[in-house]
Design a protein. Structure first.
Lengths: 111, 119
């Protein structure tokens, strides 16, 4: 199972928006709405930010939003803040033996 | 407060074995499926394996199937990852993570246990 494709990097100034794409296939991202997003700060464990394409767990700011079109899911961070600078990973349920696949990761820089 | 603590990592020679443990506190592990996810140095996340809350269903990534075994002891609130026939490419930080509580997601993560396979 190949990793989902994400851009290596993305950036924006404070207050701006940045959108990260996550491209898979009709067997994973395109097959259902079981896509989630994780934020990882250096030296810290990943944190769930979005699940089921667009739902936010309690405690996650509404600046974070998710969407999907076909085989590509997206994470948008609006009103960028310094603490949003981190690595972001998408994940999709695959099923079968290889239950899940992660994206290649995107480093978001706040300029 | 959910807390997961991994242990058991270290340096092992190629072909060797190691067992990781993941102890939870703050919730009832007995009703929660658990995953192991790894991250090679400077690389992205990779799903490794899953065990259902009752241990009745297990899944493995192709890269570890036949070499790694996941198990759990609910009486000890602990999930294990037995790793054998280790290879250099298994070198990574291994995280345990809960299945949920949100559907089809990794809700809570430990801080990871580092495994280094090197001669």
């Amino acid at each position: 199972q190949s990793a989902l494709t994400q851009p290596p990097s993305a950036s924006g100034s404070p207050g701006q928006s940045v959108t990260i794409s996550c491209t898979g296939t009709s067997s994973d991202v395109g097959a259902h709405d079981h896509v989630s997003w994780y934020q990882e700060h250096p030296g810290k464990a990943p944190k769930l930010m979005i699940y089921e394409v667009s739902k936010r767990p309690s405690g996650v700011p509404d600046r974070f939003s998710g969407s999907k079109s076909g085989n590509t899911a997206s994470l948008t961070v609006s009103g960028l803040q310094a603490e949003d600078e981190a690595d972001y990973y998408c994940s999709s349920y695959v099923g079968g033996n290889n239950l899940y696949v992660f994206g290649s990761g995107t480093k978001v820089t706040v300029l | 407060q959910v807390q997961l603590v991994e242990s058991g990592g270290g340096v092992v020679q190629p072909g060797g074995s190691l067992r990781l443990s993941c102890v939870e506190s703050g919730f009832t592990l007995s009703y929660t499926g658990m995953h192991w996810v790894r991250q090679a140095p400077g690389k992205g996340l990779q799903w490794v394996t899953f065990i259902r809350y009752d241990g009745g269903d297990k899944h493995y990534a192709d890269s570890v199937r036949g070499r790694f075994t996941i198990s759990r002891d609910s009486s000890k609130n602990t999930v294990y990852l037995q790793m054998s026939s280790l290879r250099a490419e298994d070198t990574a930080l291994y995280y345990c993570a809960t299945d949920g509580p949100r559907p089809y997601s990794f809700g809570f993560w430990g801080q990871g246990s580092l495994v280094t396979v090197s001669s």
